[in-house]
Design a protein around this ligand. Structure first.
Ligand code: 5AD
Length: 350
Protein backbone atom coordinates (compact mmCIF):
# COMPACT_ATOMS: atom_id res chain seq x y z
CA UNK A 1 0.00 0.00 0.00
CA UNK A 2 1.35 3.43 -0.86
CA UNK A 3 1.88 6.17 1.69
CA UNK A 4 -0.91 8.13 0.00
CA UNK A 5 -3.45 5.32 0.50
CA UNK A 6 -2.42 4.96 4.13
CA UNK A 7 -3.01 8.71 4.59
CA UNK A 8 -6.44 8.53 2.96
CA UNK A 9 -7.46 5.63 5.21
CA UNK A 10 -6.30 7.49 8.33
CA UNK A 11 -8.13 10.61 7.29
CA UNK A 12 -11.30 8.66 6.49
CA UNK A 13 -11.17 7.06 9.92
CA UNK A 14 -10.79 10.44 11.63
CA UNK A 15 -13.10 12.69 9.63
CA UNK A 16 -15.53 10.10 8.15
CA UNK A 17 -15.37 12.01 4.92
CA UNK A 18 -13.23 12.29 1.80
CA UNK A 19 -13.78 14.24 -1.42
CA UNK A 20 -15.15 12.40 -4.46
CA UNK A 21 -11.70 12.35 -6.16
CA UNK A 22 -10.18 11.01 -2.94
CA UNK A 23 -12.79 8.24 -2.68
CA UNK A 24 -12.00 7.35 -6.30
CA UNK A 25 -8.29 7.20 -5.46
CA UNK A 26 -8.97 4.98 -2.45
CA UNK A 27 -11.14 2.63 -4.52
CA UNK A 28 -8.63 2.48 -7.37
CA UNK A 29 -5.81 2.00 -4.86
CA UNK A 30 -7.18 -1.37 -3.70
CA UNK A 31 -4.53 -3.79 -2.47
CA UNK A 32 -4.73 -6.72 -0.09
CA UNK A 33 -2.75 -4.73 2.43
CA UNK A 34 -5.08 -1.72 2.22
CA UNK A 35 -8.10 -4.05 2.49
CA UNK A 36 -6.68 -5.68 5.64
CA UNK A 37 -5.94 -2.28 7.16
CA UNK A 38 -9.46 -0.99 6.39
CA UNK A 39 -11.13 -4.20 7.61
CA UNK A 40 -9.29 -3.98 10.91
CA UNK A 41 -10.41 -0.39 11.48
CA UNK A 42 -13.96 -1.17 10.27
CA UNK A 43 -14.32 -4.12 12.65
CA UNK A 44 -13.23 -2.01 15.57
CA UNK A 45 -15.60 0.83 14.57
CA UNK A 46 -18.47 -1.67 14.31
CA UNK A 47 -17.75 -3.26 17.65
CA UNK A 48 -17.59 0.14 19.39
CA UNK A 49 -21.18 0.77 18.26
CA UNK A 50 -22.74 -2.71 18.14
CA UNK A 51 -20.41 -4.92 20.18
CA UNK A 52 -20.41 -8.52 18.96
CA UNK A 53 -24.09 -8.47 17.91
CA UNK A 54 -25.20 -9.73 14.51
CA UNK A 55 -28.73 -8.60 13.64
CA UNK A 56 -30.91 -10.94 11.60
CA UNK A 57 -33.89 -10.11 9.39
CA UNK A 58 -36.33 -12.66 8.00
CA UNK A 59 -36.57 -12.02 4.27
CA UNK A 60 -39.94 -12.84 2.73
CA UNK A 61 -39.99 -12.61 -1.06
CA UNK A 62 -43.65 -11.77 -1.50
CA UNK A 63 -43.79 -11.91 -5.29
CA UNK A 64 -41.70 -11.74 -8.44
CA UNK A 65 -44.19 -10.03 -10.75
CA UNK A 66 -42.47 -6.84 -11.91
CA UNK A 67 -43.43 -4.12 -14.34
CA UNK A 68 -39.81 -2.92 -14.65
CA UNK A 69 -37.13 -4.07 -17.02
CA UNK A 70 -33.88 -3.43 -15.17
CA UNK A 71 -31.12 -4.76 -17.38
CA UNK A 72 -29.38 -6.72 -14.62
CA UNK A 73 -32.35 -8.36 -12.92
CA UNK A 74 -33.66 -11.88 -13.48
CA UNK A 75 -37.25 -11.00 -12.57
CA UNK A 76 -37.40 -8.20 -15.16
CA UNK A 77 -40.69 -7.90 -16.98
CA UNK A 78 -39.39 -9.17 -20.35
CA UNK A 79 -37.96 -12.39 -18.95
CA UNK A 80 -40.43 -14.93 -20.27
CA UNK A 81 -38.51 -17.76 -18.60
CA UNK A 82 -39.36 -16.50 -15.15
CA UNK A 83 -42.23 -18.42 -13.47
CA UNK A 84 -44.22 -15.71 -11.77
CA UNK A 85 -45.83 -16.00 -8.33
CA UNK A 86 -47.46 -13.86 -5.71
CA UNK A 87 -47.84 -14.89 -2.05
CA UNK A 88 -51.20 -14.39 -0.34
CA UNK A 89 -51.50 -12.38 2.86
CA UNK A 90 -52.10 -15.66 4.73
CA UNK A 91 -48.93 -17.19 3.31
CA UNK A 92 -46.94 -14.11 4.32
CA UNK A 93 -48.37 -14.16 7.83
CA UNK A 94 -47.46 -17.86 8.18
CA UNK A 95 -43.88 -16.99 7.18
CA UNK A 96 -43.86 -14.37 9.94
CA UNK A 97 -45.19 -16.87 12.51
CA UNK A 98 -42.50 -19.34 11.58
CA UNK A 99 -39.88 -16.60 11.68
CA UNK A 100 -41.03 -15.29 15.04
CA UNK A 101 -40.71 -18.75 16.57
CA UNK A 102 -37.17 -19.00 15.19
CA UNK A 103 -36.16 -15.70 16.80
CA UNK A 104 -36.68 -13.13 14.07
CA UNK A 105 -37.90 -9.70 15.21
CA UNK A 106 -37.68 -7.99 11.82
CA UNK A 107 -39.55 -9.08 8.72
CA UNK A 108 -38.49 -7.74 5.36
CA UNK A 109 -41.19 -7.92 2.68
CA UNK A 110 -39.43 -7.74 -0.66
CA UNK A 111 -40.88 -8.03 -4.12
CA UNK A 112 -41.00 -6.79 -7.67
CA UNK A 113 -43.00 -3.69 -8.58
CA UNK A 114 -46.35 -5.41 -9.01
CA UNK A 115 -49.15 -3.00 -9.94
CA UNK A 116 -51.81 -5.52 -8.92
CA UNK A 117 -50.51 -5.47 -5.36
CA UNK A 118 -52.29 -2.28 -4.29
CA UNK A 119 -51.06 0.25 -1.77
CA UNK A 120 -54.12 -0.58 0.34
CA UNK A 121 -53.21 -4.28 0.23
CA UNK A 122 -49.64 -3.47 1.35
CA UNK A 123 -51.00 -1.31 4.19
CA UNK A 124 -53.47 -3.99 5.30
CA UNK A 125 -50.66 -6.54 5.35
CA UNK A 126 -48.42 -4.26 7.41
CA UNK A 127 -51.26 -3.63 9.87
CA UNK A 128 -51.91 -7.36 10.21
CA UNK A 129 -48.23 -8.13 10.88
CA UNK A 130 -47.87 -5.31 13.39
CA UNK A 131 -51.10 -6.37 15.17
CA UNK A 132 -49.84 -9.90 15.64
CA UNK A 133 -46.16 -9.11 16.26
CA UNK A 134 -46.10 -5.80 18.12
CA UNK A 135 -42.46 -6.24 19.13
CA UNK A 136 -41.25 -6.68 15.54
CA UNK A 137 -40.09 -4.22 12.92
CA UNK A 138 -41.52 -4.40 9.41
CA UNK A 139 -39.28 -3.45 6.52
CA UNK A 140 -40.69 -2.93 3.04
CA UNK A 141 -38.63 -3.35 -0.12
CA UNK A 142 -41.17 -2.96 -2.91
CA UNK A 143 -39.64 -0.35 -5.17
CA UNK A 144 -40.76 3.09 -6.27
CA UNK A 145 -44.08 4.64 -5.23
CA UNK A 146 -45.56 8.12 -5.10
CA UNK A 147 -45.02 10.14 -1.93
CA UNK A 148 -48.57 9.59 -0.66
CA UNK A 149 -48.23 5.81 -0.98
CA UNK A 150 -45.04 5.79 1.12
CA UNK A 151 -46.80 7.97 3.69
CA UNK A 152 -49.73 5.52 3.82
CA UNK A 153 -47.35 2.57 4.33
CA UNK A 154 -45.61 4.45 7.14
CA UNK A 155 -48.92 5.35 8.74
CA UNK A 156 -49.94 1.68 8.55
CA UNK A 157 -46.95 0.94 10.78
CA UNK A 158 -44.04 0.05 8.49
CA UNK A 159 -40.77 0.95 10.20
CA UNK A 160 -38.17 0.70 7.47
CA UNK A 161 -37.88 0.84 3.69
CA UNK A 162 -35.10 -0.51 1.51
CA UNK A 163 -34.63 0.98 -1.92
CA UNK A 164 -31.17 0.60 -3.36
CA UNK A 165 -30.10 3.68 -5.27
CA UNK A 166 -28.16 1.21 -7.53
CA UNK A 167 -25.66 3.92 -8.59
CA UNK A 168 -25.28 7.59 -7.73
CA UNK A 169 -24.09 8.46 -11.24
CA UNK A 170 -26.91 9.63 -13.48
CA UNK A 171 -25.55 8.29 -16.80
CA UNK A 172 -24.59 4.98 -15.19
CA UNK A 173 -28.09 4.75 -13.66
CA UNK A 174 -29.65 5.23 -17.06
CA UNK A 175 -27.40 2.53 -18.58
CA UNK A 176 -28.62 -0.03 -16.03
CA UNK A 177 -32.31 0.80 -16.28
CA UNK A 178 -35.04 1.17 -18.90
CA UNK A 179 -36.07 4.71 -19.91
CA UNK A 180 -39.20 4.44 -17.75
CA UNK A 181 -37.03 4.55 -14.63
CA UNK A 182 -35.23 7.78 -13.84
CA UNK A 183 -32.39 8.72 -11.56
CA UNK A 184 -34.34 11.76 -10.38
CA UNK A 185 -37.35 9.70 -9.37
CA UNK A 186 -35.17 7.18 -7.53
CA UNK A 187 -33.60 10.05 -5.57
CA UNK A 188 -37.04 11.59 -4.97
CA UNK A 189 -38.20 8.28 -3.50
CA UNK A 190 -35.21 8.07 -1.17
CA UNK A 191 -35.63 11.65 0.02
CA UNK A 192 -39.37 11.07 0.62
CA UNK A 193 -38.76 7.89 2.58
CA UNK A 194 -36.32 9.60 4.87
CA UNK A 195 -38.49 12.72 5.31
CA UNK A 196 -41.55 10.59 6.12
CA UNK A 197 -39.61 8.97 8.95
CA UNK A 198 -38.73 5.51 7.66
CA UNK A 199 -35.37 4.06 8.67
CA UNK A 200 -34.25 4.16 5.08
CA UNK A 201 -31.85 1.86 3.28
CA UNK A 202 -30.04 2.56 0.04
CA UNK A 203 -27.35 0.49 -1.67
CA UNK A 204 -25.69 -0.61 -4.85
CA UNK A 205 -24.22 -3.56 -6.68
CA UNK A 206 -20.45 -3.89 -6.91
CA UNK A 207 -19.18 -4.60 -10.42
CA UNK A 208 -22.35 -3.72 -12.30
CA UNK A 209 -21.60 -3.19 -16.00
CA UNK A 210 -20.19 0.31 -16.60
CA UNK A 211 -19.20 0.86 -12.98
CA UNK A 212 -15.85 2.64 -12.42
CA UNK A 213 -13.85 3.97 -9.48
CA UNK A 214 -15.50 7.31 -10.32
CA UNK A 215 -19.06 6.04 -10.09
CA UNK A 216 -18.22 4.14 -6.89
CA UNK A 217 -16.76 7.36 -5.45
CA UNK A 218 -20.11 9.02 -6.10
CA UNK A 219 -21.87 6.14 -4.33
CA UNK A 220 -19.66 6.64 -1.30
CA UNK A 221 -20.26 10.41 -1.29
CA UNK A 222 -23.98 9.79 -1.66
CA UNK A 223 -24.03 7.52 1.41
CA UNK A 224 -21.89 10.00 3.34
CA UNK A 225 -24.30 12.88 2.67
CA UNK A 226 -27.64 11.02 2.63
CA UNK A 227 -26.89 9.26 5.93
CA UNK A 228 -29.17 6.25 5.48
CA UNK A 229 -29.95 3.89 8.36
CA UNK A 230 -28.87 0.96 6.18
CA UNK A 231 -26.86 0.29 3.06
CA UNK A 232 -27.04 -2.98 1.14
CA UNK A 233 -24.16 -3.81 -1.16
CA UNK A 234 -23.34 -7.03 -2.92
CA UNK A 235 -21.51 -8.16 -6.03
CA UNK A 236 -23.33 -8.04 -9.36
CA UNK A 237 -24.00 -11.60 -10.55
CA UNK A 238 -25.15 -12.15 -14.14
CA UNK A 239 -28.50 -13.77 -14.89
CA UNK A 240 -28.54 -15.64 -18.19
CA UNK A 241 -31.94 -14.34 -19.32
CA UNK A 242 -30.99 -10.66 -19.07
CA UNK A 243 -29.10 -8.30 -21.41
CA UNK A 244 -26.16 -8.50 -18.95
CA UNK A 245 -26.15 -12.28 -18.99
CA UNK A 246 -22.64 -12.49 -20.44
CA UNK A 247 -21.06 -9.81 -18.25
CA UNK A 248 -18.55 -10.82 -15.57
CA UNK A 249 -19.60 -11.00 -11.91
CA UNK A 250 -18.46 -8.32 -9.48
CA UNK A 251 -15.42 -8.81 -7.29
CA UNK A 252 -15.79 -10.19 -3.77
CA UNK A 253 -12.61 -8.53 -2.45
CA UNK A 254 -13.76 -5.13 -3.79
CA UNK A 255 -17.17 -5.64 -2.14
CA UNK A 256 -15.45 -6.33 1.19
CA UNK A 257 -13.20 -3.29 0.73
CA UNK A 258 -16.26 -1.10 0.15
CA UNK A 259 -18.05 -2.55 3.20
CA UNK A 260 -15.08 -1.46 5.31
CA UNK A 261 -15.06 2.02 3.79
CA UNK A 262 -18.82 2.38 4.42
CA UNK A 263 -18.37 1.32 8.05
CA UNK A 264 -15.75 4.06 8.53
CA UNK A 265 -17.94 6.68 6.79
CA UNK A 266 -20.84 5.91 9.12
CA UNK A 267 -20.01 3.72 12.13
CA UNK A 268 -23.68 3.14 13.09
CA UNK A 269 -24.74 2.06 9.59
CA UNK A 270 -26.68 -1.22 9.37
CA UNK A 271 -24.60 -3.13 6.85
CA UNK A 272 -25.75 -6.55 5.66
CA UNK A 273 -23.47 -9.29 4.42
CA UNK A 274 -25.75 -9.92 1.45
CA UNK A 275 -27.01 -13.08 -0.21
CA UNK A 276 -25.03 -12.19 -3.35
CA UNK A 277 -21.82 -12.19 -1.29
CA UNK A 278 -22.77 -15.59 0.16
CA UNK A 279 -23.56 -16.85 -3.34
CA UNK A 280 -20.09 -16.10 -4.73
CA UNK A 281 -18.18 -17.40 -1.68
CA UNK A 282 -19.21 -20.14 0.71
CA UNK A 283 -17.80 -18.05 3.57
CA UNK A 284 -19.07 -14.76 2.12
CA UNK A 285 -21.19 -14.00 5.20
CA UNK A 286 -18.25 -14.45 7.54
CA UNK A 287 -15.97 -12.42 5.30
CA UNK A 288 -18.58 -9.67 5.19
CA UNK A 289 -18.72 -9.57 9.01
CA UNK A 290 -14.94 -9.50 9.22
CA UNK A 291 -14.95 -6.51 6.85
CA UNK A 292 -17.41 -4.52 8.99
CA UNK A 293 -20.92 -5.83 8.27
CA UNK A 294 -23.37 -6.45 11.15
CA UNK A 295 -26.60 -7.75 9.55
CA UNK A 296 -27.65 -10.99 7.84
CA UNK A 297 -30.98 -11.52 6.11
CA UNK A 298 -31.82 -15.24 5.97
CA UNK A 299 -34.60 -16.35 3.67
CA UNK A 300 -38.01 -17.03 5.22
CA UNK A 301 -39.93 -17.40 1.95
CA UNK A 302 -41.82 -20.63 1.22
CA UNK A 303 -39.48 -23.04 -0.64
CA UNK A 304 -41.19 -22.82 -4.05
CA UNK A 305 -41.13 -19.01 -3.91
CA UNK A 306 -37.39 -19.13 -3.24
CA UNK A 307 -36.85 -21.13 -6.39
CA UNK A 308 -38.64 -18.50 -8.44
CA UNK A 309 -37.16 -15.35 -6.91
CA UNK A 310 -34.06 -15.62 -9.06
CA UNK A 311 -32.54 -12.15 -9.32
CA UNK A 312 -29.33 -13.75 -10.57
CA UNK A 313 -28.01 -17.21 -11.39
CA UNK A 314 -27.06 -19.48 -8.52
CA UNK A 315 -28.81 -17.38 -5.86
CA UNK A 316 -28.46 -19.15 -2.51
CA UNK A 317 -31.48 -20.06 -0.50
CA UNK A 318 -30.50 -23.06 1.56
CA UNK A 319 -27.95 -23.81 4.29
CA UNK A 320 -27.06 -20.83 6.48
CA UNK A 321 -28.96 -18.72 3.96
CA UNK A 322 -32.22 -20.26 5.09
CA UNK A 323 -34.08 -19.00 8.14
CA UNK A 324 -34.74 -22.63 9.06
CA UNK A 325 -31.01 -23.19 9.46
CA UNK A 326 -30.43 -20.41 11.94
CA UNK A 327 -28.42 -22.75 14.13
CA UNK A 328 -25.82 -23.14 11.36
CA UNK A 329 -25.65 -19.35 11.02
CA UNK A 330 -25.28 -18.98 14.80
CA UNK A 331 -22.40 -21.45 14.80
CA UNK A 332 -20.69 -19.79 11.87
CA UNK A 333 -20.95 -16.40 13.52
CA UNK A 334 -19.78 -17.80 16.87
CA UNK A 335 -16.72 -19.20 15.10
CA UNK A 336 -15.69 -15.62 14.24
CA UNK A 337 -16.53 -14.27 17.70
CA UNK A 338 -19.95 -12.90 16.83
CA UNK A 339 -23.36 -13.47 18.41
CA UNK A 340 -26.68 -13.66 16.54
CA UNK A 341 -29.22 -11.77 18.66
CA UNK A 342 -33.02 -11.93 18.94
CA UNK A 343 -33.75 -8.23 18.58
CA UNK A 344 -35.38 -5.75 16.23
CA UNK A 345 -31.88 -4.53 15.47
CA UNK A 346 -32.57 -0.84 14.99
CA UNK A 347 -29.73 1.46 14.01
CA UNK A 348 -27.82 2.87 16.99
CA UNK A 349 -27.98 6.65 17.32
CA UNK A 350 -25.12 8.16 15.40
N1 5AD B 1 -26.82 -9.33 -9.26
C1 5AD B 1 -26.72 -8.83 -8.01
N2 5AD B 1 -27.70 -8.13 -7.41
C2 5AD B 1 -28.83 -7.94 -8.10
N3 5AD B 1 -29.94 -7.28 -7.80
C3 5AD B 1 -30.81 -7.37 -8.83
N4 5AD B 1 -30.25 -8.09 -9.82
C4 5AD B 1 -29.01 -8.44 -9.40
C5 5AD B 1 -27.94 -9.16 -9.98
N5 5AD B 1 -28.03 -9.65 -11.21
C6 5AD B 1 -30.09 -6.48 -6.58
C7 5AD B 1 -30.45 -5.03 -6.93
C8 5AD B 1 -31.80 -4.85 -6.26
C9 5AD B 1 -31.80 -5.93 -5.19
C10 5AD B 1 -33.15 -6.35 -4.75
O1 5AD B 1 -31.12 -7.00 -5.78
O2 5AD B 1 -29.48 -4.14 -6.38
O3 5AD B 1 -31.96 -3.57 -5.69
Amino acid sequence: MTERIRQLIDRLEQSRSLTVPEYAELVAGYSEEAAACLADKARRACSRVYGDAVFIRGLIEIGNVCRNDCLYCGIRHSNRNCARYRLSADQILSCCREGYALGFRTFVLQGGEDPSFSVEAVCALVRAIKAEFADCAVTLSLGEYPTAAYQAMFDAGADRYLLRHETADRAHYQSLHPPALSFDNRMRCLRDLKAIGFQTGCGFMVGSPGQTAQTLAKDLKFVETFRPAMCGIGPFIPHKDTPFGDQPAGSVPLTLYLLSILRLIQPNLLLPATTALGTLRSDGREQGMLAGANVVMPNLSPPDAREKYTLYNGKLHSGAESAQHLEELRQRMAAIGRRVVTDRGDAAPG
